[in-house]
Design a binder for this molecule. Sequence first.
Ligand code: SF4
Ligand code: SF4
Length: 358
Amino acid sequence: MTYTVGGSKSELRHAKRQLVTVLDLNKCIGCQTCTVACKNIWTKRPGTEHMRWANVTTYPGAGYPRNYEQKGGGFKDGKPQRGVIPIYSETGDNFQFNQKEVMFEGHGQRVHMQPKRHLDGQDPDWGYNWDEDQGGGEWPNAFFFYLARMCNHCTNPACLAACPTQAIYKREQDGIVLVDQTKCKGHRHCVEACPYKAIYFNPVSQTSEKCIMCFPRIEQGIAPACSRQCPGRVRCFGYIDDETTFVHKLVHKWKVALPLHPEYGTEPNVFYVPPMGSRAFDGEGEITDKSRIPNEKLMELFGPRVIDALAVLRDEREKQHRGEKSELMDILISNNWKDRFGGFDKDPLTQAGANKES
Ligand code: SF4
Ligand code: SF4
């Protein structure tokens, strides 16, 4: 394995194949298993405390890092856009808890576990997943859904384009976007440029870091930890050019899986099956066929194609309800979980040399 490459920007972004992830937002239960699986393997080192390469927040909400959608970056009409770097507290501090007082000093009956800010010991006023389950809409048609995010391993990565030291590159064999830690000089232009704010600065190593799509597992046929550990069977994984994979079928055949914020211009390789939402009540309190999630909100996230995607999902669901067979519903339900992983279904516990924590 060699991970050090060089060359022009077009060479650095070239990939012969592309691994992609598809998430079904109708099934995510917000359990954070993906977040924890990733953190346990990759971001327990000094300087990575604030990083959650895999993260899940409630939509509508400020997201992670806080208000990432207002921080610029990406491309407009092919031109790179200015962005800002999230500050430490926007990614969520590494809170300290009073375990000693509660667990070991005999005060457990009257003192509750409480977080304090890591840097100044004050009560926190923001943190990761701070606005969990707050949602939006108006009673009785309130709504929310969970939005799991990570680096999109973009086909046109803004982080790669912005890096002045050629440290960021796509792996030719599978399109994974990596930061060569030996070349990164910590300029943070990549953090500014990524419109998803999915790349982070490590203040200890003074380099940028991001999701590596669990490439040491991939090389042994094991799906990334976030996909493998998901109890909701939300995630599918595999090569987009392999017509037998669920990811190919959901993106290209059924066209129900869409990228988040396609207008950012980076051509993401994480796709979402949009949430159909609970059915709304009308003014008389009667249940209707309309979703509680406004189409405009979904179009803000996934672009205008989301309307057609939702129509296909509804049609196929109706078909299933009538007792007819639906390939799409069979894919989304996935009675056999291994079918979701495009051949990356080896057990992490039996693979020599693999990280065995997830
Ligand atoms: S999501 Fe951001 S960090 Fe990831 S490849 Fe795209 S531009 Fe780079
Ligand atoms: S593990 Fe799966 S169900 Fe749980 S939050 Fe992550 S994507 Fe959602």
